[in-house]
Design a protein around this ligand. Structure first.
Ligand SMILES: Cc1ncc(COP(=O)(O)O)c(C=O)c1O
Length: 350
């Protein structure tokens, strides 16, 4: 006997990265930021009046919306706060997809997308990336109502230019929304913000989990034209972000100096990590995110993943087509990266 709908009963579900209980490990498996959030975030939480907890929070996170609109130089009405970027993905799939309206995305990409499609009982049209990780031609013609492009893409770290994504938005404009998942865009050189002013079918997903070191807070936001924001507001939970999260996220986005310093540190470490891995014989593409995807010598990624974990070093392994010979490694601090490289050196010698 099952109480669940057939699609839920047969669903494998999304597998989040392993969260070890021990803290004395090198944790490079879930793309968290290795440095703490801005000190202003903890200060904002300490100063939160209890009144903010007694009452319901602002339904549209007005304080955050205002702060984000000043940082981005856009109207607050084009921003919607969400309980982590994943919340926005759920809202978008519920808003635009059903049995007759498919979702489409290039693969390999974020493994949550097909899970959301299964839950919503819509088709998931998966179109493989070509070798260069540009937009696959078939995506311009795809019969879908929601097209999702993760940029920078996870887990490849590859990046598609805003011009190219603008051409896709134009091609889809009469039939589909283009959601550009920019969870990792803080680590890239440019982004697609301008497309949200130019096109009425573009939604950006932004996350405070990575660039702002706030994965534990659960906060992100959408940027889109006002009518898309208004439509998705009907679908979201009324109070989808809580009062503590609004206060913390507002403080974080207001401290742009700390944010930029943090990002530059990661980019510097990314360059060193990429070089060190290549020196060890791993095949690593240039990444525009806070992780790198590395093909292991002889393709034995599963064994290497296990051996690293036994030594307290956690990286991510996906037993999926095109990924089973690779490891996704989050860029850590200098010391964490050095520990990884030292251990890999030993393991590869054996
Ligand atoms: C590609 C991608 N999009 C969205 C998210 C959602 O991020 P969050 O819900 O932590 O904001 C993640 C998280 O890992 C991700 O990798």
């Amino acid at each position: 006997m099952t109480y669940f709908r057939d699609n839920i009963e047969s669903l494998a579900g999304y597998t989040p990265g392993f969260q070890p209980a021990r803290t004395d490990v090198v944790k490079l498996n879930t793309n968290e930021n290795p440095w703490p959030p801005s000190p202003t975030v903890m200060e904002a939480l300490r100063r939160l009046p209890d009144e903010k907890l007694r009452r319901y929070p602002q339904p549209m996170a007005d304080d955050f919306r205002q702060a984000a609109s000043e940082v981005l130089g856009i109207s607050p009405s084009c921003i919607m706060a969400v309980n982590g970027g994943d919340d926005l993905l759920t809202i978008a799939v519920r808003s635009f997809c059903d049995q007759w309206r498919a979702m489409a995305y290039p693969t390999p990409t974020y493994s949550l997308y097909p899970v959301l499609a299964r839950i919503q009982e819509c088709d998931a049209v998966e179109i493989p990336f070509a070798e260069d990780f540009g937009i696959p031609e078939a995506l311009y013609e795809v019969d879908a109502s929601l097209v999702v492009v993760c940029n920078p893409n996870a887990p490849t770290g590859s990046f598609i230019s805003p011009d190219e994504l603008g051409r896709l938005a134009a091609a889809l404009q009469d039939r589909a929304v283009l959601l550009i998942d920019e969870a990792y865009v803080d680590y890239a050189e440019t982004n697609c913000l301008a497309l949200t002013a130019e096109f009425d079918n573009v939604i950006l997903l932004r996350s405070l989990s990575k660039g702002y070191s706030l994965a534990g807070l659960r906060f992100g936001y959408a940027v889109a034209c006002q009518s898309l924001i208004e439509g998705m507001t009907k679908v979201k939970d009324s109070y989808n972000v809580d009062a503590m999260a609004i206060a913390a996220a507002t403080a974080a986005i207001r401290d742009q100096a700390y944010f930029h310093e943090n990002i530059e540190k990661i980019k510097a470490q990314r360059a060193i990590l990429t070089q060190d891995l290549r020196r060890l014989g791993l095949d690593v593409r240039d990444s525009r995110a806070n992780f790198v995807l590395a093909r292991c010598p002889n393709g034995d990624a599963a064994d290497l993943h296990e051996a690293l974990a036994r030594r307290g070093i956690y990286v991510r392994y996906f037993p999926l087509p095109h990924l089973e010979d690779k490891l996704r490694i989050t860029v850590g601090t200098e010391a964490q990266n050095a520990a990884l490289i030292g251990t890999l050196k030993e393991l590869l010698r054996q």
